[in-house]
Unconditional design. Structure first.
Length: 333
């Protein structure tokens, strides 16, 4: 199959593209390699994918009609995996116009290009953030998502609505997948597990927002990729699925697990809870299990061990090179 992966230079997208290429699909990636985090990380992902003959990379912007027309006119796309987005809850509060432009206008431009070129199959990467501070847990696809608490969450809900509209008007087959806190080797450096691991191993402070009781349903990247693949196989009509681990860990316990895995104490800088942050994410994945055959396999303990091992190898850190901070301050979580 000839598949377009938007945002394919990123964390999830590059992992998915590699899997597809290894399994005989032709993969086209569009990514603008923006500087939300170090573009060299994304370029390294593209370099890795370039080893495959069936891989094509377009440096471009999903908001550009010209860029999208170029891709669809030069390649006969059969299915789109739309993962490109301006990511991050907290930054979306500082610059909501950018998030609306990329995540809503960009999604609309992709859908319109698909319509013009007769491509009617899409997987849309949504987010658990659409649930906001839902009081009922675990979060079910049947729960209302009309009260987003960040611009980022609002753009993801808007993307789902656009997808439904194109299903209704033009008979597109679209599944919207709500990802829950995806992590693993290669993840974005500003995300909690990456940021905390680096800080612990370098003897730096960890910023802990709130009292440490907030909970997250962390989902290992390989489980997310598997969920996307299963969705592609079942893609018919319009539907929404949670893709999570369906277990939670609070922030204090996550830091303790990272300490144990890294073999070094953390130094905590307590900070107020941030605007836009939710108190808990927790996926009800019974629908994905029943209709997709989705079954996450990686526990948080296994996933953290994998990440820390990868990070130490990447940074050439080992037990003899870990920074020991000379301080009388004790960890306080």
């Amino acid at each position: 199959m000839r598949i377009l992966v938007t945002g394919g230079a990123g964390f999830i997208g590059s992992r998915l593209a590699k899997y597809l290429l290894e399994n005989g699909d032709e993969v086209i990636v569009i990514d603008n390699l923006n500087d939300y985090y170090d573009p060299a990380i994304k370029q390294a992902n593209i370099n890795m994918l370039s080893d495959f003959d069936a891989f094509t990379f377009f440096k471009g912007d999903i908001r550009s009609e010209k860029d999208m027309d170029t891709i669809f006119s030069e390649t006969k796309i059969e299915q789109v995996i739309h993962l490109a987005a301006q990511a991050g809850v907290r930054p979306s509060i500082a610059d909501p116009k950018l998030y609306y432009d990329v995540n809503i206008n960009g999604t609309l431009n992709i859908l319109e290009t698909m319509r013009r070129y007769g491509c009617k199959k899409m997987i849309f990467g949504s987010s658990s953030s659409v649930y906001g501070n839902n009081k009922t847990v675990p979060f079910s696809e049947e729960h209302p998502v009309d009260n987003p608490i960040s611009p980022y969450a609002a753009t993801k809900k808007s993307g789902e609505l656009l997808c439904y509209n194109y299903h209704h008007l033009y008979n597109f087959d679209i599944f919207c997948l709500r990802f829950f806190s995806v992590y693993g080797p290669g993840q974005r450096p500003e995300m909690a597990i990456a940021k905390f691991t680096k800080a612990i191993l370098n003897g730096e402070d960890i910023p802990m927002y709130g009292d440490g009781s907030s909970e997250r349903d962390y989902t290992y990247v390989d489980d997310i990729v598997n969920g996307i693949i299963l969705s592609m196989k079942q893609l018919r009509g319009y539907d929404i699925f949670n893709l999570g681990e369906s277990t939670t860990i609070n922030l204090r316990s996550l830091i303790e697990l990272l300490e144990k895995t890294c073999g070094q104490d953390a130094y905590i800088n307590k900070l107020p809870m941030q605007a836009g942050d939710v108190s808990i994410t927790y996926a009800d994945i019974s629908k994905a299990k029943r209709l997709l055959g989705y079954q996450p396999r990686t526990t948080i303990e296994q996933g953290i061990a994998n990440y820390v091992k990868w990070y130490k190898e990447k940074t050439n850190q080992n037990s003899n090179s870990i920074t020991k901070r000379n301080t009388s301050i004790k960890k306080d979580i």
